[in-house]
Design a binder for this molecule. Structure first.
Ligand code: HSE
Length: 418
């Protein structure tokens, strides 16, 4: 039997409690493990819940209870989650978390503390919601030299972009809907500005590349500048705009970024919609492998947390322990131009005379393709798809296009993936 204390009864913590109470018998049949919640630490009380007697506002009732073997940290944020996690590990308790901020910031340190005390720090739910991705990376794919990870890692932004594209909703309405469904962070700017995906790609690449990747070294751009017209223009060209997180290992360095990208409809991530996440992993032995599932929400994330609880409950010393998350020495995250990393770029422009504009572009950027939009909502606009260029060349292209006689203004710019 494993005795559990939960820290934080928010979206994820309440999901864990509910699923454990609902599916406890089934879990016992499948795994032979009885999982019992002894205490739930939260500043609020929940008198109407059938398990209201489990709540406490006194953290020591969880951290100092020798009967509790597994602490589930679903509080989010750095403090007091960090101090409570450290105390729990130092008392020889396993800790299971969904807190990507904490894992991205202190994961290696907490894992080291866990190992010093012969326990483990489990964090499957910190990336990809319900998708099993951490365990496959550190166990099932360990034979591979993994050289690339590309993912849609934020459910909220993917939901918002899908609502904007499919239902023509404006950004604010779609965001409110994502918040009402419990997908968004307490401060939704973490989702919207790409910071949540930035932490998640740092966690994944640290495991996959075996080097500590600091999330603060990764350039992140969010989705707040994307308009309905951008969506329509991408669609007319056979693309979809997604917030993509990407990391590539190149020699001793790593290139990583989070950015809106236009993906062709044939791309494996193009069909990932709503709150779903997907992670495309490339390894030298396996080739491409795609992980797909619900990336946010109460029950999917609870599913991943409970998977870790079961692993903690069945932990064998020197048996199923997690590999050290990454070296203490940070990896070198390099600027894209260091590698001459090339993208095509798409620029949407307001033009005076579209045909005249097309002629001017073919004279000044011969490898660019110009599209004059047919959609009446994009009247007077043209799109330019450049040849493969490095990011540092973009400003020059933008200036060239802006200076043409038939250009009124450059409306938006996106990276394009093939
Ligand atoms: N806000 C996060 C998301 C929750 O939307 O993906 C899951 O980490």
């Amino acid at each position: 039997m494993a005795v559990i204390g939960i820290l934080g009864h928010g979206t994820v913590g309440s999901g864990v409690a509910e699923v454990l109470l609902r599916n406890g018998n089934g879990i016992e049949k499948k795994t032979g493990t009885v999982l019992t919640i002894k205490k739930i630490f939260d500043r609020n009380s929940f008198p109407d819940l059938p398990y209201s007697h489990l709540f406490t506002r006194d953290i020591s009732e969880v951290l100092d209870d020798p009967e509790i073997d597994i602490v589930v940290e679903t509080m989010g944020g750095l403090e007091p989650a960090y101090s409570y996690t450290k105390r729990a590990l130092e008392s020889g308790k396993f800790v299971v978390t969904s807190n990507k901020e904490l894992v991205a910031e202190y994961g290696p340190l907490l894992q080291k503390i866990a190992h010093q005390h012969h326990v483990e720090y489990f964090y499957e739910a910190s990336v990809g919601g319900g998708i099993p991705i951490i365990r496959p990376l550190r166990q099932c794919l360990a034979a591979n030299n993994i050289y690339e990870i590309t993912g849609i890692l934020n459910g909220t932004t993917n939901f918002i972009l899908t609502e904007m594209r499919k239902k023509g909703k404006d950004f604010e309405t779609a965001l409110s809907e994502a918040q009402a469904r419990g997908y968004a962070e307490r401060d939704p700017s973490a989702d919207i500005c790409g910071f949540d995906a930035q932490r998640k790609i740092a966690i994944l690449s640290s495991i996959a590349f075996g080097q500590k990747v600091l999330y603060t070294d990764i350039n992140a751009e969010g989705i707040s500048r994307i308009t309905k017209e951008d969506m329509l223009s991408a669609e007319e060209l056979g693309y979809v705009i997604k917030l993509v997180a990407h990391a590539t290992r190149m020699g001793d360095g790593i290139y990583a970024m989070v950015s809106p990208i236009m993906l062709p409809l044939s791309h494996p991530l193009a069909d990932v919609e709503d709150v779903f996440n997907a992670v495309l992993v490339r390894g030298d032995a396996i080739g491409d492998v795609l992980f797909y599932g619900r990336g946010a929400g109460k029950y999917p994330t609870a599913s991943a947390v409970i998977g870790d609880i079961i692993e903690a409950a069945n932990y064998q010393p020197n048996g199923n322990g997690t590999a050290a998350m990454q070296d203490e020495v940070s990896a070198t995250v390099l600027e894209p131009d260091h590698f001459m990393f090339l993208y095509k770029f798409f620029l949407r422009l307001k033009t005076k005379d579209a045909e005249g504009f097309k002629k001017e572009v073919s004279a000044s950027l011969p490898d660019a393709r110009v599209h004059i939009f047919k959609n009446p909502l994009l009247d007077g606009e043209a799109g330019v798809l450049t040849g493969a260029r490095s990011e540092s060349e973009l400003q020059g292209i933008r200036d060239t296009l802006a200076s043409l006689d038939n250009t009124i203004t450059v409306l938006s710019v996106f990276k394009v993936s093939e």
